[in-house]
Design a protein around this ligand. Structure first.
Ligand code: HEM
Length: 244
C-alpha cells in the first residue's frame, strides 16, 4: 500500500495532469468529446479511466444524484484547486463511488486465482489447482444482497459501514486478501479528484441532445469492463468559472 507521503506526491502529479485536462476541456467547450480521451491526460491505468467514464455515465443518467454531489461540494470545498484532504469530507461522493464500483467493477472477474490445496468454501469443494474466477459483477447485481440492484442509489451506502476495502465480501471491486489491488488508495484518490474537478467546473450533456434515460449502459466484457459504446459528451464551464 502507498504511504501518506507517497500518496500526497502522486496527488500533486495527478493535479498537474488534471489541470491539463481541464484546460483542454475549456478550449473544447461546445464540441463533442469522446470522454475516453481523458486517458491521454490521466494516463497510467485503464481502470481509472474506465471507472471515471462509468461514473460520468451514471451521473448523466441520474441528474438528481449529480445535483446532490454539487450541493455537497459547494458546502465543503471553497477553493477551485481541490486538495486530497478535502475529498474525505465528500461523503455523498464517496457513496456514489461505492455505487459505481458495485454496478461497474472494471475487473469483473478479478484476476484468476488458483487453490494451492483442497479446500471447502460454503459447502463447495475446491480441488487443489482449480482456477477460480470471482464474478464480482454478478455479486454487485444480486437481488438477494441488494435492494433494487439495477438502480443507481448511492443513498444505500449512507447509513451503512459497507466498504470496498476487501472486508465486505458483497462488494469486492479491488479483490480481497493477499492479492487484492495494492493500487486502491492511489486509484481512489485519482478517480475522486478527477471526478470532483470535472463536476466543480463543468456541466456536461450527451452529444446530439440524446436522451440520458436512453443511454446505452452495456459493457464490453474482457479482463477489463469498459463501455461498449463510447460516451460522447459536450462540456460547458459553469458560470462561476467563466473567467477562469
Ligand atoms: C479503479 C481503479 C482500479 C481497480 C478497480 C483495480 C482493481 C484490481 C483488481 C480487482 C485486482 C485483482 C485482485 C484480485 O484478483 O484479488 C487488481 C490487482 C492489481 N492492481 Fe489494481 N485496480 C485499480 C487501479 C490500480 C492502480 C492505479 C494500480 C497501480 C498503481 C494497480 C495495481 C494493481 C496490481 C499491481 C495488481 C496485482 C496484485 C497481485 O496480483 O498481487 N491497480 N486491481
Amino acid at each position: 500500500m502507498f504511504s501518506p507521503k507517497a500518496l500526497e506526491a502522486q496527488s500533486t502529479l495527478r493535479n498537474e495532469k488534471i489541470t491539463h485536462l481541464l484546460h483542454f476541456l475549456r478550449r473544447k467547450q461546445g464540441e463533442v468529446i469522446d470522454i475516453q480521451d481523458v486517458e491521454l491526460f490521466v494516463a497510467g491505468t485503464n481502470s481509472i479511466t474506465s471507472t471515471v467514464i462509468w461514473a460520468m455515465s451514471e451521473l448523466v443518467r441520474n441528474p438528481e444524484v449529480l445535483s446532490k454531489i454539487e450541493e455537497e461540494m459547494k458546502k465543503e470545498i471553497k477553493t477551485q484547486d481541490i486538495k486530497h484532504f478535502q475529498l474525505t469530507k465528500l461523503t455523498y461522493l464517496q457513496a456514489c463511488m461505492k455505487e459505481v464500483f458495485r454496478l461497474h467493477p472494471v475487473v469483473p472477474f478479478l484476476i484468476p486465482h488458483m487453490a494451492t490445496e483442497n479446500c471447502e468454501v460454503m459447502n463447495y469443494l475446491i480441488p487443489k489447482n482449480a482456477k477460480i474466477l470471482v464474478n464480482v459483477w454478478a455479486m454487485g447485481r444480486d437481488s438477494k444482497i441488494w435492494d433494487e440492484p439495477l438502480s443507481f442509489k448511492p443513498e444505500r451506502f449512507l447509513d451503512s459501514k459497507m466498504d470496498f476495502k476487501g472486508q465486505d465480501f458483497e462488494l469486492l471491486p479491488f479483490g480481497s486478501g493477499r492479492r487484492m489491488c495494492p493500487g486502491l488508495p492511489s486509484a481512489l484518490n485519482s478517480v475522486q479528484l478527477l471526478l470532483a474537478s470535472l463536476i466543480q467546473e463543468f456541466d456536461w450533456t450527451l452529444a446530439n441532445g440524446d436522451d440520458p434515460s436512453k443511454l446505452d449502459m452495456n459493457g464490453n466484457f474482457g479482463i477489463a469492463l469498459k463501455r461498449e459504446i463510447p460516451l460522447k459528451l459536450v462540456f460547458k464551464q459553469k458560470q462561476a468559472y467563466e473567467c477562469a
